[in-house]
Design a protein around this ligand. Structure first.
Ligand code: UDP
Length: 457
């Protein structure tokens, strides 16, 4: 009997910033002749299908399937505490059943499970079913390293058992990594609605993924995080992952893309537009939202602003009075942008960003300097890399009540764009990361090794 064709089952953590990069890997694997079954939750699957006109851009080798996440139709899927608890209870059994069904046909048998590294249960299912497995880290190696370091940090008295930083302590995980402390450790930056304990437990689970996975890859580059990657020698960087590098389109969006902004960008002068977007989770209150609007108005230059339908806690009278009319000649607001294409457009001058890891990688790969406005989780640590290590961006300072004022927005955008050093630094870093994903570069070589490993299973 001949061996089955390589068939990868890929499963992301059910959040937008995790689905997009794993689906990018799926498309790269397909380009190298592998078959991929991509498993979303039922809820996310229907959002993805609804958001695109045609799914056939994924081709014949990628099949999108789904399993339940255990929550009811109307339940809040941004409630990390609830989703984590239910997901851990329900999804492993559903995944095992799915694999058993697929494996009924010998020629379809799953030969490798590729799981998001931030949850260990898909890897544990693969272990139980004796299937080779790999873990993919869609965030920075530094965040992964901080998860691995939790037991030592507790033992050394830097943090308590529930992750609270003791006193004013700061530390470095490795000599060349940013200083860490209560202000940029992921589990201390989750905001009021998320439980520090749950996040800490999830991060302690990284060591399980690392121990049980046969291969570990991440969407980073040793150009960007050499020290963090040295901290985790098993983790091989394959990024930054960008659909444009394989001459394709990214996929897996939860919202419908408004592509009209690309035509609008074509009409703007080169290097003029301030692009403003805060990923998929960030939520503002009305005061901050309106202050941002007034700050963009003060800039007196073109801006493209992603105003997700759920970006604001309030939905009525979102914009300041008369704002839309006043900026209509130079401001464009869209509900969801084709961000990777926007960032590669020559009209874009800078990016006001929440510093999600994907957004950070996309800006870095396109040589776009950043204005950092982190909201939660790993975004504060990403901000440290951008501003303190790579020097490709500036931080916004917050005023009374934690508000970023309109004057602060105007000041920092001007500082960033008027100082040629930032564009030089971003261009230099772009060249280096691009070299690492080109044939012969380290990230590219790591990816090819990964493909060869799967083919040989
Ligand atoms: N994104 C997009 N259009 C938008 C806003 C975001 O395509 O209008 C994409 C962006 O390119 C990135 C992802 O959504 O790939 C957001 O991931 P990130 O890690 O930056 O932030 P998160 O949503 O996880 O907070």
């Amino acid at each position: 009997m001949s061996a089955p064709m390589p068939h990868v089952l890929a499963i992301p953590y059910p959040a937008q910033g995790h689905v997009i990069p794993l689906l990018e890997i799926a498309q790269l694997l397909a380009k190298h002749g592998l078959r991929v079954t991509f498993v979303n939750t039922d809820f996310n699957h229907s959002r993805i299908v609804r958001a695109v006109e045609r799914m056939d851009f994924l081709g014949d080798q990628i099949r999108l399937v789904s399993i339940p996440d255990g929550l009811g139709p109307g339940e809040n899927r941004n409630d990390l505490e609830k989703i984590t608890e239910v997901m851990f209870r329900v999804m492993p059994g559903k995944l095992q059943k799915l694999i058993e069904e697929i494996n009924r046909k010998e020629e379809d048998r799953i030969t490798c499970v590729l799981s998001d590294a931030c949850v260990s249960w898909p890897i544990e299912v693969a272990v139980k079913m004796k299937i080779p497995r790999a873990a993919f880290c869609p965030f920075s190696a530094a965040v992964f390293a901080s998860g691995l370091a939790v037991p030592k940090l507790i033992k050394d008295g830097v943090i308590t058992d529930d992750g609270t930083v003791i006193g004013q302590q700061t530390f470095r995980l490795a000599p060349d990594m940013p200083v860490m402390g209560a202000t940029n450790l992921l589990w201390t930056c989750m905001g009021a609605s998320f439980s520090q304990r749950i996040v800490l437990d999830l991060m302690v689970g990284y060591s399980v993924s690392l121990k049980l996975a046969d291969r570990v890859i991440c969407n980073s580059s040793s150009v960007l995080e050499p020290a963090a990657l040295e901290f985790i020698p098993q983790m091989k960087p394959i990024g930054p992952l960008l659909a444009g590098d394989r001459f394709g389109d990214p996929g897996g969006y939860f919202w419908v893309e408004d592509t009209s902004c690309l035509k609008w960008l074509d009409e703007q002068p080169p290097n003029s537009v301030v692009y403003v977007a805060f990923g998929s989770f960030t939520v503002f209150d009305r005061t901050q939202f309106q202050e941002l609007a007034l700050g963009l108005e003060l800039l007196r230059r073109p801006f493209l602003w992603v105003v997700r339908p759920d970006i604001c806690e309030e939905t009525d009278e979102l914009y300041p009075e008369g704002f839309q009319e006043r900026v209509s000649g130079r401001g464009k607001m869209v509900g969801w942008a084709p961000q990777q294409k926007v960032l590669s457009h020559p009209s874009v001058a800078c990016f006001v960003s929440h510093c999600g890891w994907n957004s950070t990688m996309e800006a870095t790969s396109n040589g776009v300097p950043l204005l950092c406005w982190p909201y939660f989780a790993d975004q504060f640590l990403n901000e440290s890399y951008i501003c303190d290590k790579w020097k490709t961006g500036l931080k916004f300072d917050r005023g009374d009540g934690g508000i970023v004022t309109r004057d602060e927005i105007k000041l920092k955008v001007h500082l960033l764009l008027d100082n040629g050093e930032f564009s030089k630094q971003t261009r230099d870093l772009k060249e280096k990361v691009k070299a690492s994903v080109r044939e012969g570069g380290e990230s590219h070589t790591n990816f090819i090794d990964f493909v060869e490993w799967i083919k040989a299973l």
